[in-house]
Design a protein around this ligand. Structure first.
Ligand code: SF4
Length: 334
């Protein structure tokens, strides 16, 4: 049986070159024309099965949100393949993506920016049903919208209000109701609680997990918060500089991180690390620019274990035990 979502060797590059004359450079005494390309996502592969939660973690700017936006075709991929329920959607245009949007819905980080400020809450929630759902009467549409509103913890009195009349947590509840209105099979949640107060985060996370159990959909859960990802995910994928460097079952990775970057990431989160019994790993330096990806391993400039091979050969994601994959030459030597 095919996976619900399968992403294979996904690439996303952005041309951020300045104007034509600014691109001209003198190099070795000759005039050269140089493009500036951001390598945001580099050969990322993973899958999500029905009812599963895959957490994608990594520092800000590591490409995890770009992966999400590429999957839903807000950006056309520069390379690789995206399959939904076994169908290759990589080359789908806007029109062909309409039925796919019924299968995959998104909850964004900033609920205010993602809700149309001119629409009342009932119209915001029922809009996806009216456009991409099965044909339905206005009365049914309203009844379904009202039921969803109640399910996410809001009342009938909220239906005729506008987004600016709500708090951040309430707006995220509206975003969740809107995403669920077409009964998707996969919900991509892109940092859905990072913009909320800490006291509200747990409420929204619990609501999201209750709804998953009730409706049976899957999540691609994108976050930089390790305690959140540990709480919510069945498996996690760790990203660094646009590369997926380690994947596996969540608890297994938290208890036995293998890739040096995963160890460093866990070591840098005291709330998570203190409860684990892993050797801490401190790293220094900055993440290199995605305009110039280093040769060899993307993590080589910060990795305390880097050796000759790491500077020359890009490590591939390899399975060394069932369910686990890591991209690191050091693990070949062990
Ligand atoms: Fe470090 Fe080399 Fe492994 Fe990269 S491949 S993480 S540089 S040991």
């Amino acid at each position: 049986m095919s996976h619900l979502l399968e992403v294979c060797e996904l690439e996303q590059r952005f041309d951020v070159s300045p104007g034509f004359f600014d691109r001209l450079k003198i190099q070795d005494g000759r005039l050269r024309y140089k493009k500036s390309i951001v390598h945001a996502v580099n050969g990322v592969s993973f899958h999500i099965d029905r009812g599963e939660v895959l957490g994608l973690v990594g520092e800000s700017g590591c490409g995890k949100s770009t992966v999400a936006k590429t999957i839903i075709k807000l950006y056309d991929p520069s390379g690789g393949r995206i399959k939904v329920n076994g169908k290759d959607i990589t080359a789908y245009n806007y029109q062909k993506m309409v039925p796919v949007r019924k299968t995959i819905q998104v909850i964004f980080q900033d609920p205010y920016a993602s809700l149309n400020p001119r629409l009342k809450v009932m119209d915001i929630i029922t809009e996806p049903m009216a456009f991409i759902g099965a044909p339905i009467s206005k009365t049914e549409l309203r009844e379904k919208g009202m039921a969803l509103l109640k399910r996410v913890g809001l009342g009938e009195e909220h239906a005729s209000r506008y987004p600016h009349q709500f708090s951040g947590g309430q707006r995220q509840r509206i975003g969740i109701a809107r995403a669920l209105s077409v009964e998707p099979e996969l919900v991509i949640a892109d940092e859905p609680v990072s913009a909320l107060d800490v006291s509200i985060q747990a409420q929204i996370l619990n609501l999201m997990m209750d709804l998953k159990d009730e409706f049976g959909f899957s999540y691609l859960f994108i976050t930089h918060d390790l305690s959140v990802v540990r709480h919510i995910s069945d498996r996690i994928g760790v990203m660094y500089l646009g590369f997926l460097v380690e994947t596996g079952p969540t608890e297994d990775i938290f208890l036995r991180p293998k890739h040096p970057y995963t160890r460093a990431l866990l070591s840098a989160a005291p709330s998570v690390y203190e409860k684990l019994h892993i050797d801490p790993l401190a790293i220094t330096g900055e993440v290199p620019t995605a305009l110039e990806i280093p040769a060899g391993c993307s993590f080589q400039s910060r990795c305390p274990f880097a050796f000759d091979r790491c500077l020359q050969e890009r490590p591939r994601l390899v399975s060394r035990e069932p369910g686990r994959l890591e991209a690191c030459h050091l693990l070949d030597a062990q």
